[in-house]
Ligand binder design. Structure first.
Ligand code: ZN
Ligand code: ZN
Ligand code: ZN
Length: 161
């Protein structure tokens, strides 16, 4: 399925989300194995919670959900799990919302570009290398070193317009 039709499906809710979560877990297992890191139960639960929907989740809400069905882990442990998942490229952080969203393509090194619906909150990840290349080129021209490159675009999704 093409990336665009996937985005349309997310937006219209026409997909089997449990498959998204299953696939995210399988990818995470593979990524951890490749990095010789452990995919601990907490890392797994945190990943599954971030993948709870295609809407970003704040750390605060994540902690509240964890308290419901897991022995309440200490917040620093949860933040460490989030940092691990970020570092491994399994999730992205949306700075403007201070919230996390799962990445469907962690195997490939990429900088996220996100379309964020200001009404329903759904986020679609674009991955257009030409955008990244253009930012890189222009930054270099200005002698600017990029540390973090996430493009966040706010608007209204098709259903919310
Ligand atoms: Zn889904
Ligand atoms: Zn991504
Ligand atoms: Zn919307």
């Amino acid at each position: 399925m093409s990336k665009r039709s996937l985005i349309q499906d997310f937006i219209h809710g026409k997909h089997n989300h449990s498959r998204c979560v299953q696939e995210a877990v399988l990818r995470a297992e593979a990524v951890c194995a490749a990095r010789s890191e452990r995919f601990t139960p907490l890392r797994r639960i945190v990943l599954e919670l971030v993948w709870g929907s295609h809407k970003p989740i704040k750390a605060y809400d994540l902690l509240a959900q964890l308290a419901e069905f897991h022995e309440r882990p200490a917040p620093p442990t949860v933040y460490r799990a989030l940092d691990f998942l970020l570092e491994a490229g399994l999730i992205h952080k949306l700075q403007s919302l201070n919230a996390y969203v799962g990445c469907a393509d962690p195997d490939r090194d990429h900088q996220g570009q996100f379309l964020i619906c200001g009404n329903c909150g759904i986020v679609a990840e674009l991955d257009d290398k030409s955008i990244t290349d253009s930012i890189d080129l222009n930054a270099r021209r200005m002698g600017f070193r990029i540390d973090d490159e996430t493009v966040e675009i706010k608007g209204l999704c098709k259903d919310c317009q």
